[in-house]
Design a protein around this ligand. Structure first.
Ligand code: PRP
Ligand code: URA
Ligand code: MG
Length: 211
């Protein structure tokens, strides 16, 4: 598994504002959206393209276009939904599938409550969106499911990741084809409740709750 922590002053600036407990939900949503687009630029560096030629008003020009089948983008509900628009702004022709998953806050185990993916994802490049990689249980289960359905490679885009979660995913996904994690920050650790420290709190609540 490869992990990329995007090192860019704009990413750091927006992430700092996102973490701030005084940031309200509308601002949090906007910042998450902007951050995803910046992360997606790095995350799609290996997106498959094919060569093509177009005619400019002056002369033919060699170029590329996205290969088919189009990439599949999978936000993990609920919090991952806050990253979807930022991602499809960069990849407007991507297909979108949905996974609904929730972590039991007692056991910290992830449960899947909704799956809405295309019938056939064999050979597809997949981009999974979830702002928080904490224990890694949610993302590992989501990525495993995509590989079991035939995905060719999977990139997870997260706003924050914890070292414990990355280590867990490394082991849990060792038998699967390439996995990449692209994140804005590798934070210090998890606390006793499985929250990322310093983190940003509960991403789902901050996006969609009344906090
Ligand atoms: O790495 P893990 O320890 O599995 O935890 C991370 C998961 O927890 C959060 O979702 P949550 O279960 O709170 O659901 P929500 O998006 O509906 O708020 C977050 O968005 C991840 O999906
Ligand atoms: O820090 C954390 C961990 C899991 N889920 C969140 O929303 N935040
Ligand atoms: Mg939550």
């Amino acid at each position: 598994m490869k992990t990329l922590v995007v090192d860019h002053p704009l990413v750091a600036h927006k992430l700092t504002a996102l973490r701030d407990e005084r940031t309200d939900s509308p601002t949090f949503r906007r910042l998450a959206d902007e951050l995803v687009t910046l992360l997606a630029y790095e995350a799609t560096r290996d997106v498959r393209v094919v060569e093509t030629t177009v005619n400019t008003p002056v002369a033919p020009a060699d170029g590329v276009r996205l290969a088919r089948p189009a990439p599949l983008v999978v936000p993990i509900l609920r919090a991952g939904l806050g990253m979807l628009d930022g991602m499809t702004r960069l990849l407007p022709t991507a297909e979108v599938g949905f996974l609904g998953m929730i972590r039991d806050e007692g056991t910290l185990k992830a449960q899947t409550y909704a799956t809405r993916l295309p019938e056939d994802i064999s050979g597809r490049q997949c981009y999974v969106l979830d702002p928080m990689l904490a224990t890694g249980g949610t993302l590992a289960a989501a990525i495993r499911l995509l590989f079991e359905r035939g995905a060719e490679d999977v990139t997870a885009i997260c706003l924050l990741a914890a070292p414990e979660g990355l280590a867990y995913m490394e082991k849990a996904l060792a038998d699967f084809a390439p996995v990449r994690v692209v994140t804005a920050s590798l934070d210090e650790r998890l606390n006793e409740n499985g929250y990322i420290v310093p983190g940003l709190g509960d991403a789902g609540d901050r996006l969609y709750g009344s906090v």
